[in-house]
Design a protein around this ligand. Structure first.
Ligand code: SF4
Length: 316
């Protein structure tokens, strides 16, 4: 497999709003391909959220982000149940569950960032991965200790499942060649579909009542830091292949997520990493500046000056 990524980052952002000529139905149908479902690899359940390129993390990656004070980078994803047999109702939503426990992924957040992908001259606000440098359109954690397995295997997983890749969608929408060679390794692993996913990448909450309010806010994009902390803690306490939750790791994960959120009750900033303050600043700027996006170079003030890792640039 070989891809041409310069000037793209289509798999790291939600660029549906750039598809001006496509109908909403066309775009949604296309986007469904990217909504990786954990249960059987084929039959997609619709997620409650609207992220087309959600990056699911495995348990140890969640723990790693928590250890590094980057809980603010993470968010859960729930799904609408396909039928009553797998359903639990929370906040009026019939959510997918295993053994009566609502299931969810944990992945990376996408705050609005000013980006100019696919040769655009003007930048535009697009939901973009917390780790995407909007200026170079490169990943700030590529190859590092926190680089997600899922990103390292993309788009090979989509090719293995015979799903359209983001590279091909970008080619269809804007021309050019992004997917240079589609041959994938025979020993590709890490798909974690079906029962393999449980406790490793697909987390099950043992107390559905504790999700009251959280599921509703997940559906409206209004999750709070405390909401996310509850889900991250369950993920941190999960055990691959089982429904068991380690109380020790749950308590540790909850405390770690809460103690590294952006501000305490007095409003003082106590973030341990650049991630939370940068996300907050992007939302503030996108709200203040409305439709008009600034140059992607403002990332230097929003992210780099707060300690975000550099990217090499495409000439490097
Ligand atoms: S972690 Fe890096 S490669 Fe993965 S979606 Fe985010 S920016 Fe893209």
């Amino acid at each position: 497999m070989e891809v041409h990524c310069e000037g793209c980052a289509g798999c790291c952002m939600d660029w549906r709003s750039l598809l001006e000529d496509a109908t909403d139905a066309d775009v949604d149908a296309d986007a469904d391909h990217q909504r990786r479902t954990p249960f059987d690899g084929e039959s997609a359940r619709a997620p409650l959220d609207d992220d087309t390129n959600f990056v699911p993390l495995i348990r140890d990656e969640v723990r790693g982000f928590l250890e590094s004070g980057m809980a603010a980078a993470l968010t859960p994803r729930f799904w609408h149940a396909r039928d009553e047999r797998e359903s639990v109702t929370v906040d009026g939503h019939s959510v997918a569950a295993v053994a009566g426990r609502p299931v969810f992924f944990v992945g990376l957040r996408k705050p609005p960032k000013p980006v100019a992908p696919f040769g655009r001259e003007e930048s535009v606000w697009l939901p973009s991965c917390v780790f995407l440098d909007p200026e170079s359109l490169q990943c700030r954690i590529h190859g590092g200790e926190h680089f997600p397995d899922e990103c390292g295997a993309y788009p090979a997983h989509n090719l293995a499942l015979e799903h359209e890749t983001e590279c091909e969608r970008v080619e269809s929408a804007g021309g050019g060649t992004r997917l240079l060679e589609a041959e994938i390794d025979e020993d590709l692993d890490g798909l974690l579909l079906g029962s393999q996913a449980l406790g490793a990448k697909l987390f099950a909450h043992p107390r559905p009542d504790d999700l009251e309010g959280i599921v509703g806010r997940a559906a409206t994009g209004e999750l709070t830091a405390a909401d996310r902390a509850e889900c991250l803690a369950i993920a941190a306490g999960s055990s691959p292949g089982t429904l068991a939750i380690s109380e020790h790791h749950y308590e540790w994960g909850k405390a770690r997520a809460l103690e590294t959120t952006d501000t305490d009750s007095s409003g003082d900033d106590r973030a341990e990493s650049w991630v939370g303050p940068a996300i907050r600043e992007w939302y503030r700027r996108a709200g203040d500046e409305g439709e008009t996006a600034p140059s992607p170079a403002v990332a230097s003030a929003v992210e780099d000056d707060r300690g975000a890792p550099d990217t090499p640039g495409w000439d490097g």
